[in-house]
Design a protein around this ligand. Structure first.
Ligand SMILES: Nc1ncnc2c1ncn2[C@@H]1O[C@H](COP(=O)(O)OP(=O)(O)OP(=O)(O)O)[C@@H](O)[C@H]1O
Ligand SMILES: [Mg+2]
Length: 184
């Protein structure tokens, strides 16, 4: 396997298997994902697409057993030395079901920006605005940024989740059927 990921691959797995209890859902998956490309995973319902994506930013650490290797930008991520918060900043994820926080629309995006060190208020505001524009949500919410995100429609919540993910400029963005609630 080529572990020189700087040039070609953002993600590689090698004989990756993932189990929930005794049920093995993914078996010996070896896959190379190119940098700066869009890669689609297609499979029938229950085939393990979501499980695969969730294993990449280690969301299911407590409920799955993982064997094999996952390399993100050259680093093996199932390594105790990996800082998972840093990993998740670089590996953004938008889930199949919108998962906004019970906070304002603005805070849904700004919180993570500040958490990861953006302290300039103007820069935070500009980044929130830009990422909301990128999902065409800005015009619908710009006069209501303090409103609780739970009051948005399903599709608006989904777009907020996409905005939240892209605001952090992740190196890899995992999108789990993120447009299922959206108009074309
Ligand atoms: N938290 C869990 N605990 C136990 N089994 C699970 C869990 N999550 C998923 N599974 C099982 O793992 C298998 C793969 O599920 P997964 O959600 O990864 O499929 P999927 O390809 O994303 O399906 P869909 O297209 O319906 O979203 C299914 O058999 C499912 O029942
Ligand atoms: Mg799924």
């Amino acid at each position: 396997m080529n572990n020189n990921l700087d040039t070609l691959y953002i993600l590689q797995t090698s004989e990756l298997s993932v189990s929930y209890g005794k049920t093995k859902v993914l078996k010996d998956i070896s896959i190379d994902i190119y940098q700066n490309k869009i890669t689609s995973l297609i499979g029938c319902s229950g085939s393990g697409k979501t499980t695969f994506l969730r294993s990449i930013n280690r969301i299911d650490d407590n409920i799955t057993t993982v064997s094999g290797k996952i390399y993100f930008a050259g680093l093996e991520i199932n390594n105790p030395k990996i800082n998972v918060y840093e990993l998740r900043k670089n590996v953004g994820m938008v889930f199949q079901q919108p998962n906004v926080f019970a906070k304002s629309i603005y805070e849904n995006i700004a919180y993570a920006l500040r958490y990861h060190g953006m302290s300039d208020k103007d820069e935070v505001y500009e980044t929130v605005e830009k990422s909301l524009k990128q999902t065409s949500l800005w015009d619908e919410v710009k006069n209501n940024l303090a409103k609780c995100a739970l009051e948005l429609s399903g599709g608006q919540q989904q777009r907020l989740c996409i905005s939240r993910a892209i605001a952090l400029k992740p190196k890899l963005l995992l999108l789990d059927e993120p447009t299922s609630a959206l108009d074309p």
